[in-house]
Design a binder for this molecule. Structure first.
Ligand code: NAP
Length: 324
């Protein structure tokens, strides 16, 4: 069975919105793709990239007659976007989103959803540190999980249509409660981002001489943190503002574990350190065998070929005038 929507409306057309537009177009998942965003220059960029069929700065116009509407803006913009579109949502439509937190989304959107519209929040667990319409690519969701958090009142047939939409774009789909999603993502995504922002922020505060050495010698652990810490500041501000409870809960556990490590380092407890690092290595291996990471060394980064050996240099004991 293949799903096809009459009109897909994407509100916000950055990395995730543009990737959905490209993947949905490639898989033939919508007859018409309508795109709306806040800034005229972003809309123009989307038009030049040919991401949709209709382009408008008026979100209400984009959603009119749409049977699938997906909010792809930062979560902090949802309330104002929803106020603008609520009265234009078509009966029978699915209203979804891609936000990285889910309970807050339900709290904000549910009271504004008109009767006859199915609210099915979603979160594709896929992304890069790049933003904007040109950052998107159709393969972004392939092999990645997408979590849907429909409430118990939502018609199962509507959920199934959205599941098929994401599966057609290459995702594996799982449904769960919004609060459970937020707890899981707090530890798998939000805390790692907070740690990365903190490590890179510490370097940013170091005195200039040390900082330049960190950057020069960054082909080690630090470099991989900088990729995460380069993620969109507005999106991540909103994640921490809207998933506060789950983040603080997990941060508490993280701090306790860090104290245990700190103590092991201070007391020179080699067996404790080795036991911990052996357990963490096993976790990475299980992520690789689940197909969620490459097993290639150094995250599969291309490396320059080793330069060919140079001819041996013979040093004259008595310098002559011809090789000066
Ligand atoms: P992005 O590249 O920065 O794009 C955000 C888009 O939203 C832009 O088109 C921006 O357009 C628009 N926008 C911002 N404020 C708006 C407003 N008030 N009204 C209408 N449009 C507005 O962000 P993204 O990475 O695609 O993230 C979008 C959503 O996906 C977020 O909720 C995020 O939590 C979620 N998500 C992100 C990732 C990731 O790795 N990046 C992964 C999974 C989920 P203008 O230029 O017109 O302002």
């Amino acid at each position: 069975m293949s799903v096809k929507f009459r009109k897909l409306a994407l509100i916000g057309i950055g990395l995730i919105g543009s990737s959905i537009a490209l993947a949905a177009r490639r898989q033939g998942l919508a007859e018409v793709i309508a795109i709306s965003t806040r800034k005229a220059e972003t809309l123009e960029e989307a038009r030049e990239l040919g991401l949709g069929d209709l382009y408008t700065l008026d979100a209400a116009e984009a959603v009119r007659g749409a049977d699938l509407v997906i909010l792809c803006t930062p979560v902090g913009a949802y309330e104002s976007v929803m106020q603008a579109i609520a009265s234009s949502l078509a009966p029978g439509a699915i209203l979804s989103d891609v936000g990285s937190v889910k309970q807050h989304v339900v709290n904000v959107l549910a009271p504004l959803v008109p009767a006859g519209v199915s609210l099915i929040p979603g979160h594709p667990i896929a992304g890069t540190e790049h933003s904007g319409p040109s950052a998107g690519f159709a393969e972004l969701f392939a092999g990645r999980w997408c979590v849907l958090t429909p409430g118990p009142e939502v018609d199962a047939a509507q959920v199934e249509k959205l599941v098929q939409f994401w599966e057609a774009m290459g995702s594996h789909v799982e449904t769960m409660e919004a609060s459970h999603h937020d707890m899981v993502l707090a530890i798998t995504s939000h805390i790692p981002h907070l740690v990365a922002y903190n490590i890179v922020g510490t370097v940013a505060d170091l005195e200039a001489a040390t900082q330049s050495e960190v950057i020069k010698f960054s082909a080690s652990g630090f470099r991989d943190f900088t990729r995460i810490a380069a993620s969109d500041p507005v999106m991540w501000r909103d994640v921490f503002l809207t998933n506060r409870d789950a983040v603080l809960e997990m941060l508490g556990r993280f701090s306790e574990d860090l104290s245990v490590l700190q103590r092991a380092v201070r007391t020179g407890d080699g067996p404790a350190l080795e036991a911990m690092f052996t357990r963490t290595r096993a976790i990475r291996r299980s992520i690789i065998s689940a197909g969620q990471e490459t097993a290639a060394a150094d995250f599969g980064r291309p490396h320059e070929a080793t330069p060919p050996p140079t001819a041996p240099v013979f040093v004259r004991e008595h310098g002559g005038g011809d090789d000066a």
